[in-house]
Ligand binder design. Structure first.
Ligand code: MSP
Length: 517
């Protein structure tokens, strides 16, 4: 049987500067979901990309004294490297300067033109280059951009317009009929009241600069960068390319667009209206996460409080980095991040709970069982053993229900219930005492088997957040490649750890960090 398609996207990032913790955050969250869905049997297509056109990028190029194409070609590899460093398992990374995108975007615009959704008009109003957003006079905040607080410029141009206003009622009806389209609920309410307040037609082309995609029917105009950017979600999977029609039909509509809360109007108002105009289905869910805050402020390059992912990865390692952001910031809400918090999570959850559990058990297996997994216990399990097994057996369903809500915190907590309970089990059962006499030998074997099996299962559920560590735990248990798992519920079945599997001890997975935060 064909595996169901699961298409998940991140925003495409502006290449005016290098990746920072904020852009890495969306990408890691999408990656964890993509990995989980691969483990649960879906045919995953995980798309990320780069937003390379527009005034903001052209400006960055000019500031650096190079032409825009050379600039984007210099910055793009920095994103590719950052995603490699963070173990991001994307299937495709689209750049909006690529031919496949330009052609697809032009084909889409032609469809809109032919359907009568575009018309020529005159635009007079304000524009924020850092946000690439149009504002009317009364939307400004003390003459500044209401989004980012920076200066805006007045523009006066003959442009092409998209009849966004014509979609107001259809959009409202859609939000009503499909409450899961915009999530979480707070964002949905925000979007509904924005649209209910009335929609204006949108200027979708510019003539005063050239760094963009020419409109196919009026090449003196380049496409408004947000129109261009949103189209990446369909051009990447073959929109407008007759040779890729099957692929497009199979992948579209997407299951998830992951976005930050600052860009929901584009994704939940303009994008669905564009799709409706082109006669395409809407994505299943646009999920908006919150901002990472440092000392109460949104972290961003322009505020000068952005931290480079590489600094933290250098200090904590890639898996601890991924774990921290998924575990500490409830997905959907704003979350404060700090070095102190990261050190605490690292030492508490990773060094003490998880790393320690793995190394204690592997050490004991080596010491008491010649490094071989003991036989699976026969007969009725002791209460403690049954308890561990019960928690492990409940994990597939609990984890699934939390991941279906993109509740990464809850999903990880469910795994930690098993990790912590197993640590307590080892303390209570004290294998080091059981190893002292022959009579207690069968109990020793049962305890080690039970705990090792719990570790094998916990590693499976840690894999979406911490893929390299889970692969290493499986390797040390003498098991196969965890990345090849496609039937998680079956793999997580109790008792699959084979007797006699040769384990290896290895170094501490998360050596404690002693320095001050
Ligand atoms: N290029 C547009 C997106 C086009 S998608 C068709 C863009 N790019 S961006 O590089 O500025 O930002 C991309 C994403 O990073 C947004 O979802 C934004 O919310 C996220 N973040 C940027 N700073 C952030 C934080 N401090 N915290 C969390 N995420 C934030 O917008």
């Amino acid at each position: 049987m064909d595996r169901p398609s699961f298409y998940v996207t991140t925003p495409i990032y502006y290449v005016n500067s290098v990746p920072h913790l904020g852009t890495a955050y969306t990408t890691i969250a999408a990656d964890a979901l993509a990995r989980y869905r691969r483990m649960t049997g879906f045919d995953v297509h995980f798309l990320t990309g780069l937003d390379e056109h527009g005034q903001k990028v052209a400006q960055a190029a000019a500031d650096n004294g190079v032409d825009p194409q050379s600039w984007v070609d210099t910055v793009a590899p920095k994103f590719v490297d950052a995603w490699k460093m963070l173990d991001i398992s994307y299937d495709d990374l689209i750049r909006t300067t690529e031919d496949r995108h330009v052609r697809g975007a032009q084909a889409f615009l032609q469809v809109l033109k032919d359907s009568g959704d575009l018309y020529q008009g005159h635009y007079e109003g304000w524009y924020c280059v850092p946000d690439e957003t149009f504002y009317t006079e009364d939307q400004l905040d003390d003459g500044k951009c209401p989004g980012c607080g920076r200066d805006v410029q007045f523009i006066r141009e003959d442009n092409w317009f998209f009849r966004l206003s014509a979609y107001q009622e259809r959009l409202l009806a859609y939000y009503e009929a499909d409450p899961g389209f915009v999530r979480p609920e707070t964002r949905r309410n925000e979007v509904v009241s924005f649209v209910a307040g009335g929609l204006k037609d949108l200027s979708i082309s510019r003539t005063t600069f050239t760094w963009g995609i020419p409109l196919p029917f009026d090449p003196a105009h380049v496409m408004y960068v947000w129109f261009d950017a949103l189209l990446n979600y369909v051009t990447a999977i073959g929109y407008g390319d007759p040779e890729r029609a099957d692929e497009f039909a199979r992948r579209w509509p997407a299951q998830y667009h992951f976005v930050g809360k600052d860009i929901i109007r584009f994704h939940c108002v303009i994008w669905p209206a564009m799709l409706m105009a082109a006669g395409l289905e809407l994505p299943e869910t646009v999920f908006a996460h919150g901002f990472l805050l440092t000392k109460g402020e949104k972290m961003s390059k322009s505020k000068g409080n952005a931290v480079a992912p590489a600094d933290l990865v250098g200090r904590f390692g890639v898996d601890a980095y991924r774990y921290y952001f998924l575990r500490d910031v409830p997905f959907g809400a704003d979350g404060s991040i700090s070095m102190e918090g990261m050190v605490q999570r690292y030492n508490g959850d990773l060094a003490n709970d998880w790393g320690n559990l793995v190394s204690r058990l592997l050490n004991m297996t080596e010491k008491y069982c010649d490094g071989l997994v003991p036989g699976k216990p026969a007969g009725d399990p002791a209460d403690d053993d049954a308890d561990i097994r019960r928690i492990a057996e409940s994990l597939p369903l609990v984890f699934e229900s939390r991941m279906a809500e993109l509740d990464y915190v809850g999903a990880i907590e469910a795994v930690w219930e098993l990790v912590k309970r197993t640590n307590r089990y080892i303390e209570d059962c004290a294998p080091w005492n059981l190893a002292k006499t022959d009579e207690t030998r069968p109990r020793l074997d049962a305890v080690l088997y039970t705990a090792l099996e719990a570790v094998r299962i916990a590693a499976l559920f840690c894999a979406p957040a911490m893929p390299a560590t889970s692969a290493e735990v499986w390797r040390r248990l003498g098991l196969g490649d965890i990345a090849a798992v496609t039937d998680l519920a079956m793999e997580a079945g109790w008792g699959r750890l084979p007797e006699g599997s040769a384990v290896v001890k290895g170094d501490a997975l998360f050596p404690r960090i002693y320095e001050e935060a």
